[in-house]
Design a protein around this ligand. Structure first.
Ligand code: ATP
Ligand code: MG
Length: 695
């Protein structure tokens, strides 16, 4: 077999090579020209060779690209019976700069798992063994050198395509680029993905229809190719696209690889013959085993030489997949050799590949890359990203826009709060200053501090959606956890102020609580801080329990306990000592909210005494606080508010710490648990930047 070095590059139409690199020409002209080029490009005679082929010199490591190699790679998952089931079985392969490696195989064969393993994104229950090396060595990839477009879409539904890509450009591209350059890059990338007509369409998601599935796919790709990463993983980039769109998208991605020496690894389901021709190498999998790895153009010969020739006029990729798909065994006919059980066919192909020259060639290439790249490390300085300040600013802006447009985030809550506070205002309307108003004031304030703020968990589903986007962007190195936490806090403040101010004022003034603006201000600040606290608590919950139903239940459970232990339903001195008094009473923010609000309301008031039967005796607010509500009177109400605000900071810091710890601990645990074979596993220095190959 010919050496991979002197073979191939994707078979490309002249249009692609001649096309002007300027933004508008690349996108618009290419779009108009491309169909013609498709027409004129020769059909693949027996799906093998194309007539007019332009060969591009392969990219070399010396150009500081990224060569990825993997040797004897295994991935296993628990099988539910106490042992482990392999999903990837001893795979060896490589991906080099300037080449597109396509991973193909029937659904469930392990394509996404292989990509996840290569990108260092395997799930917690998986174990990995084998070598994954970058340029032949254990080394770290700096920010933006690799990107991964996963199979699932995680985009901010309320943004338009233009906004989503532009915000992303602002987040990822370095400060040395001007705003207009970033805008231009964003628009050029959108055009390259053929989304110019959908630029101002909102992405849409649950509850609101927006882009089609294929368009969303292309937005995801846009966002990841903005920084022109040196190593790009794509999981089913063409799903949801028609064959023409698939071709345009793949050819634009492939253009990245030819021009700029990118390394592209993509899984793909059903490439048309044009798309197939764009691939340099093909990795064909079946049940985690490699059926073929080598030049895509040589796959036909491999199948034919093993007795499975591709019928004339059949798309070769269809033929490969039909031959190795055992999910629908009885439907599969094996050409002229009659029917064969697919399992046998796969075994024949797997064994034949293992004893083939192609396999030897793969191993030779892997060791050559390792030798060549042994002294090279990926250029760490070639790419920088937006400054921390810019990231915080852009994220705050983006998050504010999202909160404004997402009805479920704050607007719905505002409406419900207004109704609830109107309810409170009418039920306690003009509360008066009689003795019976003492209990009523206490109950009303308790309701506000616990149940009204409790409903701040209503924004959790929207926050979980945000977290998914954050998770994707964090793993791709767009920005770090601190920037996200700061931006989320800053963007939520104005909305929470609004949500606490309007309903709070309704409840306060309809009820007729203690007069004086300072009292109202304090009352409102406590509501605001408690809502911030509930949101912070839910952020912590979301970082540990990323499923929104489980998250709501967990968050509600924690708050329920805190309300019980806050000192209202059972007075502080009556609380059972273990757990309820120590520590829950002191941990529950409700304690400080109740006591602060009570002090705010009762201090300075006097009520007719019940003992004197209304015959002139009075009881002071201070007396009620101390004896009836058992409030700690040693410090002022402002200290209570200060503690609440301190708790907000603490909770947010805790969120940061949890995310950062999980980032570092998860890979360490996985590594500890993984098979202890000879492993030279890739370790990333900056876990926020790119994959950690530590599983
Ligand atoms: N974390 C996991 N735990 C248990 N099983 C897993 C896990 N990850 C993958 N699998 C199983 O491994 C197999 C391969 O999954 P994978 O997602 O890699 O397939 P795929 O080739 O990408 O399929 P598709 O083309 O449908 O996306 C499937 O049977 C899947 O159920
Ligand atoms: Mg998949």
């Amino acid at each position: 077999m010919a050496s991979l070095q002197d073979t191939i590059h994707p078979y490309v139409g002249e249009s692609q090579l001649n096309s002007n690199s300027s933004a508008t020409q690349t996108s618009l002209e290419m779009l108009l020209k491309a169909p013609l080029e498709v027409e004129t490009s020769a059909p693949m005679p027996n799906h093998g060779v194309v007539d007019h082929v332009i060969r591009v010199e392969p990219w070399s490591n010396s150009d500081n690209g990224i060569s990825l190699t993997w040797e004897d790679l295994w991935v296993t998952v628990p099988d539910g019976k106490g042992s482990r089931r392999p999903i990837i079985q001893g795979l060896t392969g490589f991906a080099r700069p300037g080449e597109v490696l396509a991973i193909m195989g029937p659904s469930g064969c392990g394509k996404s798992t292989l990509l996840d393993a290569l990108a260092g994104r395997l799930g917690a229950n998986t174990r990995q063994a084998g070598d994954i090396l970058i340029n032949g060595q254990k080394q770290c990839l700096s920010y933006g050198t690799s990107a991964y477009v996963t199979q699932d879409e995680t985009l901010i539904a309320t943004l338009t395509v233009r906004e989503a890509v532009y915000y992303s450009a602002q987040l990822q591209l370095p400060n040395s680029m001007s705003k207009s350059e970033k805008k231009e890059r964003a628009e050029m990338t959108i055009r390259e993905m053929g989304l110019q007509d959908a630029m101002n369409t909102r992405i849409g998601g649950w509850g609101a229809k927006g882009l089609s599935g294929g368009q969303k796919r292309r937005v995801s790709i846009c966002i990841e190719i903005l920084t022109r990463p040196k190593l790009l993983f794509l999981d089913e980039p063409t799903s949801g696209l028609d064959s023409a769109a698939s071709y345009y998208v793949m050819s634009r991605i492939a253009k990245l690889e030819q021009r700029e020496g990118r390394t592209i690894v993509t899984s793909i389901h059903q490439p048309s013959s044009e798309v197939f021709r764009l691939f340099t190498n093909l990795c064909l999998l079946s049940s985690g085993r490699v059926v073929y790895f080598g030049p895509a153009s040589a796959t036909i010969e491999f199948f034919a030489s093993n007795g499975f020739p591709c019928p004339t006029l059949q798309n070769p990729s269809d033929h490969f997949l039909r031959t190795i798909n055992k999910d629908f065994d009885e439907d599969i006919e094996q050409g002229s050799s009659g029917k064969k059980v697919t399992e046998e066919v796969i075994d024949i192909l797997v064994q034949s590949f293992k004893s083939s020259d192609a396999y030897e060639e793969v191993k030779r290439q892997v060791s050559q890359i390792c030798k060549q790249g042994g002294n090279e490390s990926v250029d760490q300085k070639s790419r920088s990203h937006a400054s921390f300040f810019t990231q915080c600013l852009v994220l705050t802006k983006r998050s504010s826009v999202n909160m404004y447009r997402d009805l479920g985030y704050y607007w719905l809550r505002l409406a419900i709060y207004v109704f609830l506070c109107l309810g409170l205002g009418t039920i306690y309307y003009d509360i008066g200053s009689g003795n019976n108003s003492i209990e009523a004031r206490g109950a009303m304030l308790m309701f506000i501090a616990s149940f009204l703020t409790f409903m701040a968990i209503g924004g959790f589903p929207s926050f979980v959606e945000d977290m998914k986007v954050f998770e994707r962007e964090r793993l791709n190195g767009h920005y770090g956890t601190t920037a996200f936490a700061i931006a989320n806090t800053l963007s939520a403040v104005p909305y929470l102020l609004l949500v606490s101010l309007i309903p709070g004022a309704l409840a306060y003034y309809l009820t007729g609580l203690q007069r004086g603006f300072e009292h109202f201000l304090y009352f409102d600040l406590v509501i605001f801080t408690c809502m911030m606290l509930v949101e912070s608590l839910m952020m912590i919950v979301a970082s540990i329990v990323p499923n929104f139903l489980m998250g709501i239940i967990t968050g509600a459970g924690i708050q329920g306990l805190m309300i019980l232990g806050g000192g209202f339903f059972r007075l502080p001195n009556d609380l059972p000592k273990p757990f309820w008094k120590y520590p829950l009473y002191y941990i529950a923010f409700h304690k400080y909210a109740y006591q602060g609000m009570y002090k705010n309301e009762f201090e300075g008031l006097v009520f007719p005494s019940e003992q004197t039967g209304g015959r002139g005796g009075v009881v002071t607010g201070e007396y009620i606080l101390k004896n009836q509500f058992q409030v700690e009177m040693g410090y002022s109400k402002w200290v209570d508010l200060g503690i609440l605000m301190g708790m907000v900071v603490l909770y947010r810091v805790l969120f940061l710490v949890i995310i950062k710890t999980l980032e570092n601990v998860k890979p360490a645990i996985s590594k500890f648990m993984s098979v202890k074979s000879k492993q030279k596993i890739q370790v990333m220095e900056n876990p926020t930047a790119t994959p950690t190959h530590m599983n």
